[in-house]
Design a binder for this molecule. Sequence first.
Ligand SMILES: [Zn+2]
Length: 211
Amino acid sequence: MDTSDLPPTQKGRHHELRARGLREFAGLLRDEQRLDPFKLAQYAKLLVASFDRIEPLLTEETRAELIGKGKDKWSGGAASRTLPDGRRLIILNPTHGKNRQNATLMEEVCHVFLGHKPSRLAIEKRDKAGNIIARDYHAEIEEEAYGTGAAALVPYRALKGFVEQGKTAAEIARHFNVSRALIEYRIKVSKLWDSYKENIFQTVDRPKPYR
Ligand SMILES: [Zn+2]
C-alpha cells in the first residue's frame, strides 16, 4: 500500500481505512465524490425521522428544550430501542444547517458500521509501566465514530489535493457539503495545516503574472 496516500498519524490511518470501506460500500469510486449520509443511513438500517414528525409527541417543555434554549446542546440522537422492523430511529437537530446534519448523521452511521454498542462501558488499560489507566470507552468510541465519519465525508487524498491547489476551507466545504469547521478539523488532524496556510497565502498574495 502506498502510505503517502494515508494520513501521517496512526489514529488518522485507523479512521481513514474504515472511512474508505464505507465509501466503497456506498459505491463511490473517486475520493473527490460527495458522500450522501442519508443514503448510507438506509443501508445502516437507520430511520431518519424529520423533527416535524416527532414534534407532536413532545411536551411543550421538551420541545422548548430541544429547539429553544437547549438547541445548541445536542446535534442528534438515536433511540435506544430498535423499531419492530429492526431499524433504529434517528433524529437530527432541525435548528442546525444541512452541513452540520450531514456530519451528525455520518457519526450515527459510523456507530452502526463500527459495531459500537450504545451502552456506556469502562475498560481498563495499562500504561508501559503497568499502571492501570482508567479509560472512558464512551469518549473513545465517540471519537472513533466522529473521526471515521469525517474522513468518509472528506477523504484524505482529496483533501490533500485541494489543499495543495490552494483551495480555501470554505471552498472545500462547499465541495463536500460540510461545514467549514469540519474541513478545518480534517486539515488539522491530517497534519495538513502548515501546507494549508502556505498554499492559501500563495493563492491570495501572489501577484498576477503580467507580461
Ligand atoms: Zn456518537
